[in-house]
Write a protein that binds this ligand. Structure first.
Ligand SMILES: *[C@@H]1O[C@H](CO)[C@@H](O)[C@H](O)[C@H]1NC(C)=O
Ligand SMILES: *[C@@H]1O[C@H](CO)[C@@H](O)[C@H](O)[C@H]1NC(C)=O
Ligand SMILES: *[C@@H]1O[C@H](CO)[C@@H](O)[C@H](O)[C@H]1NC(C)=O
Ligand SMILES: *[C@@H]1O[C@H](CO)[C@@H](O)[C@H](O)[C@H]1NC(C)=O
Ligand SMILES: *[C@@H]1O[C@H](CO)[C@@H](O)[C@H](O)[C@H]1NC(C)=O
Length: 954
């Protein structure tokens, strides 16, 4: 990595230590990372980037660091005011660009230059008041342009010219007042297919320019139009789908002159028009009209139907016509209708639908839609079955009760939507006979009880939705005949208990939703009836809680061998707390497991052992003291691809926990207590592509140095990598860029201080040993004795002995028989220190020698050949001579016991040096001369230790 190259640079300060440094760096993994300042690359689509809600003020801070092969960028929900020229120049492959919910006021000419591949541009919800001439320059492949909710009041004639491929132009909710400007600006858009101008301020369609012939859908709702012909008979002649709702058009004759013959759909609701008059005068095709909101009225239906002819009609749309009662409405003149839509009226009751329709219609009606009315009950109707009626939707009504056989008029019903009502009472046999029903929605009602026979006839049912009711008890065998049921949604009810017969008969059930109930206990026998088919089980938000680590006798999911999705998150009110040993045993096919928000205190280390197929696991938001995960917990999850551990209180990542996740691609670790990310863990996660460490207190320490090295090659995206600031009060900066020189120095210095003395030592040791062993040893003792000496001598000179006698044991006889008697006893004046007599027991010899020398005024060296050969004596003479040379204290008295020629002495150069510096006394063999010897010796011993004229020349 960087470290290595830096170190290898010629002249790098660590030159001599490269081998060591290099070997250290081998520990740094090859894994690498990258990230973007304000964008997240979606990991399922690497070309797609989300840069939303980053409080960005300029576009470059969002997109500057995106790679050139980005194909989709979403910069929505920021505070960008303007787009400068060439803002996206570096993204030539961009296909989708979202800039929704910003504060754009200005788009400079050429802002989108080089975006030749762009097909979708969303500039909705901004503050654009005008668009300059060159704003869209270069977008020749753009097909979708969204400019909803801006403040455009005019359209420059050239602004849209570059958009030759445009199909859809959305100008919904701006301040456009001049249709002519808009039409003029569309010249040359040869492919334009849809134009949305709803919610503007257009008051007329007056225009000298024509609309592109390709334009077939024109939405002009919520403007202030009064007439439709002011643009001439050609203007709208190619339009097939026209929305003129909520304008102020009252002049029916204007339709005649507007050339609307090709229309296939016209919505006119919210205009003060008389529909019969319109049909009489306008020349419009009656079948092209949507009759919603045209105040058709009860009699009007009859009139309208007469004009619709006899051929079967696909849709009769009568929404928002203020119809209160169908008893007076006659559909008998209508053609056969496939879909009848009566939504947004004021119907309280439908009566018997069959009675309203003519015979032909009864044989044709397939879809009946009566949503957003005031229906309050559904009654039994026996007469007139509608054989082909397949879909009924009565959503958004006030239905309280459904009576016996309420749908017996539609024996072949396949889809029934009764959701979003007030149904509290579903008669036991309300759904009698609906043996073809495939989908039944009863969600968002007030049901409390389901009876054993409620669903008895629904043998074909695939989907049963009972979500958000007040069901508290599931009576045994209530679903017993639903052998085809695949999806059962019981979420958001009041269920406390389930028994082994609750789901009896559901042989095909694959998705079971029980979330948001009050279930406290689950056991394997509850799921026994569905164990062969169940694939998805949702138990989110129930009341499961475990407070002991005891293992279940039979693990609750033991036989659900097909289950691949299990949701157990957010158990109320305090979470699951503990995941027991082997809790998930048997879930051999499980791929998705959700355990977030469970305030986990502990997870048994073997909990996930059976989940060899698991691909997704979330334990997010479980920080209730669990902190670090038990080692080995993920050991069998070799197929896990996504692991969400956000906010679980992790302090560290260890190989013991994360080491086996060899397929992991996405790891979510935001909001944990991580200060460092372990390099070895990052290395072990060989497939990792996405790592989220937001809001972790990462430190700018050398431990996180590898983090910077990770940036070198692109492999792992670290979310918002460039925004992780140093978590320290003293250090400013970012984790990705903190000054790593300190680490290099540290490493270098560390290496230097450790290795260089060692290297030197190893190099010098043999030499030293060979040449200067004693010198070193001596210097060591010198140093010590010097220190001791200083300390000892502070209070003046008080010697314990007059002389320390250094001699070799071979000369012991002479010392004991001659020296000691003549110096100690004869005149009794000298105290001698002799090693055999005065050395302290238990002290090392060397210490004794040093002490003796320093505790004595003089040192007498009794020199003979054996003395010279002895190591100890050599040390003694050297120590003593140190005082002579270094301390300038003359402490040495040399006595030669035998004549030693210079030739022999030369081997002992220290000795020679001493002899050159001072005189010495020789022991005479003649007895007369011996008296002089003792006199000389006494005199020498009495002499002061300071430099003085040395005793008698020989
Ligand atoms: C984009 O380019 C990078 C190299 O710059 C490459 O690694 C990556 O796979 C490319 N992505 C796509 C989606 O082509
Ligand atoms: C862009 O981001 C916004 C904000 O999250 C989101 O609502 C929108 O769906 C995204 N658009 C696309 C095309 O993904
Ligand atoms: C524009 O679109 C066409 C057809 O989809 C494509 O062949 C061409 O490469 C695109 N131009 C650019 C610059 O991407
Ligand atoms: C563009 O943004 C608007 C406003 O948020 C949104 O309703 C619309 O779906 C977006 N269009 C596309 C294609 O994303
Ligand atoms: C209705 O429109 C026709 C044709 O455009 C026009 O001649 C007539 O004056 C209009 N009537 C009213 C009341 O504006």
């Amino acid at each position: 990595g960087i470290l290595l190259t830096q170190a290898l640079r010629p002249g790098g300060r660590m030159g001599p230590f490269l081998p060591l440094l290099a070997s250290l760096l081998l520990l740094v993994p090859e894994a690498s990372a990258y990230g973007f300042s304000n964008c997240i690359q979606t990991f399922w689509n690497p070309g797609s980037f989300l840069c939303i809600q980053r409080f960005l003020k300029d576009i470059s801070s969002a997109v500057a660091d995106l790679p050139a092969n980005a194909t989709s960028v979403n910069v929505s929900h920021n505070s960008i005011h303007r787009l400068p020229a060439a803002s996206f120049h570096h993204l030539p492959q961009l296909q989708q660009l979202q800039l929704v919910y910003n504060q754009l006021e200005e788009i400079e000419d050429g802002a989108f230059e080089n975006l030749g591949a762009l097909d979708t541009l969303n500039l909705s919800n901004n503050c654009l008041a005008n668009l300059s001439k060159g704003a869209f320059h270069g977008l020749h492949n753009l097909t979708h342009l969204f400019l909803r909710n801006n403040r455009l009041s005019t359209m420059h004639p050239h602004t849209l010219q570059p958009l030759g491929s445009l199909l859809i132009l959305d100008l919904y909710s701006s301040h456009l007042a001049n249709f002519a400007d808009v039409a003029h600006s569309l010249q040359g858009l040869k492919k334009l297919w849809l134009l949305n101008l709803c919610c503007n301020s257009l008051s007329s369609l007056n225009s000298s320019s024509q609309l592109p012939p390709s334009l077939s859908r024109l939405y002009l709702c919520n403007n202030s139009l009064r007439a439709v012909d002011s643009g001439g008979p050609q203007l709208l002649s190619n339009i097939r789908n026209l929305d003129l709702s909520y304008n102020n058009i009252s002049n029916v004759t204007s339709f005649a002159k507007a050339g609307l013959q090709n229309l296939s759909y016209l919505l006119l609701k919210g205009n003060p028009l008389n529909v019969i008059h319109l049909l009489n005068v306008s020349g419009l095709q009656p079948r092209s009209l949507d009759y919603s909101g045209l105040h058709v009225g009860n009699e009007g239906v009859n009139e309208v139907c007469k004009r619709l002819g006899k051929n079967p009609l696909k849709h009769l749309l009568l929404q928002s016509n203020n119809i209160r009662d169908l008893r007076n409405v006659s559909f008998s003149h209508c053609p056969p209708i496939q879909t009848l839509d009566l939504s947004w009226n004021k119907l309280r009751s439908l009566g018997c639908v069959g009675e309203l329709l003519g015979k032909g219609q009864r044989r044709h009606l397939e879809n009946l839609v009566v949503e957003h009315n005031l229906l309050n009950s559904l009654r039994y109707c026996k007469t007139h079955t509608l054989e082909v009626l397949k879909n009924i939707s009565f959503r958004y009504n006030r239905i309280l009760s459904v009576s016996y056989g309420a749908f017996s008029y539609a024996p072949n019903l396949r889809i029934l939507h009764l959701n979003i009502n007030n149904i509290a009472y579903l008669q036991k046999q309300a759904l009698k006979g609906l043996s073809s029903l495939i989908e039944l929605r009863l969600d968002n009602n007030l049901l409390t009880d389901l009876y054993e026979s409620s669903f008895a006839d629904l043998v074909s049912l695939h989907t049963l939705n009972l979500r958000n009711n007040h069901i508290s008890v599931l009576f045994p065998r209530v679903f017993r005949n639903l052998s085809q049921l695949c999806t059962l949604d019981l979420g958001g009810n009041n269920i406390h208990q389930l028994s082994n017969r609750s789901f009896q008969g559901l042989r095909s059930l694959s998705k079971l939703y029980l979330d948001g109930n009050h279930i406290k206990k689950i056991s394997s026998d509850i799921f026994h009836p569905v164990q062969k088919s169940l694939k998805v089980l949702d138990l989110k938000g129930n009341r499961l809680q475990y407070i002991t680590k005891k293992q279940h006798k039979v693990p609750p999911f033991k036989n659900l061998h097909k289950l691949y999705d299990l949701k157990l998150q957010a158990q109320q009110p305090y979470g699951m707390k503990i995941i027991r040993p082997r809790f998930f045993q048997g879930l051999v096919a499980l791929r998705y497991l959700y355990l977030s928000e469970n305030k986990l205190l502990s997870i048994s280390p073997d909990a996930f052992d059976d989940l060899g197929q698991l691909e997704y696991l979330s334990l997010a938001d479980s920080s209730n003291g669990m902190q670090d995960l038990p080692p080995g917990i993920f050991k069998n999850l070799s197929r896990l691809r996504t692991l969400n551990l956000e906010n679980v209180g992790l302090h560290s990542l260890t190989l013991e926990v994360f080491g086996n996740l060899s397929s992991l691609t996405s790891l979510f670790l935001a909001k944990n207590q991580l200060q460092t990310v372990n390099v070895s863990v990052a290395t072990a996660l060989g497939q990792l592509r996405y790592l989220d460490l937001r809001k972790c207190p990462l430190g700018c320490t050398c431990e996180n140095l590898w983090f910077q090295n990770w940036l070198v090659n692109s492999r792992v995206q670290v979310v918002y990598l460039y925004n992780y600031s140093c978590d320290s009060r003293h250090q400013l900066g970012y984790v990705y860029s903190f000054d790593t020189r300190i680490c290099f120095l540290d490493v270098g210095l560390y290496l230097f201080s450790v290795t260089s003395p060692m290297l030197l030592l190893f190099m010098l040791l043999p030499l030293v040993y060979h040449r200067a062993y004693w010198k070193l040893k001596y210097h060591f003792y010198i140093l010590r004795s010097w220190v001791n000496d200083r300390w000892r001598r502070q209070d003046g000179e008080h010697f314990k002995y007059d002389a320390f006698v250094s001699y070799n044991s071979a000369d012991e006889r002479w010392v004991l028989e001659q020296l000691v008697p003549s110096l100690e006893s004869s005149q009794g004046t000298f105290r001698l220190c002799l090693h055999h007599r005065d050395f302290e027991l238990g002290k090392s010899i060397v210490d004794n020698i040093v002490d003796s020398i320093y505790n004595s005024r003089k040192t007498i060296c009794v020199i003979s050949r054996s003395y010279l050969q002895s190591e100890w004596c050599s040390l003694e003479i050297q120590l003593a001579s140190y005082r002579l040379f270094e301390e300038l204290k003359d402490v040495l008295v040399m006595v030669f016991l035998e004549a030693i020629p210079d030739r022999e002495l030369s081997a002992y150069h220290r000795m020679r040096k001493v002899m050159l510096k001072k005189t010495y006394i020789s022991w005479p063999l003649e007895p007369e001369a011996q008296r002089l010897f003792w006199t000389k010796l006494r005199k020498a011993l009495k002499g002061t230790t300071e430099q003085e004229e040395l005793v008698g020349k020989f």
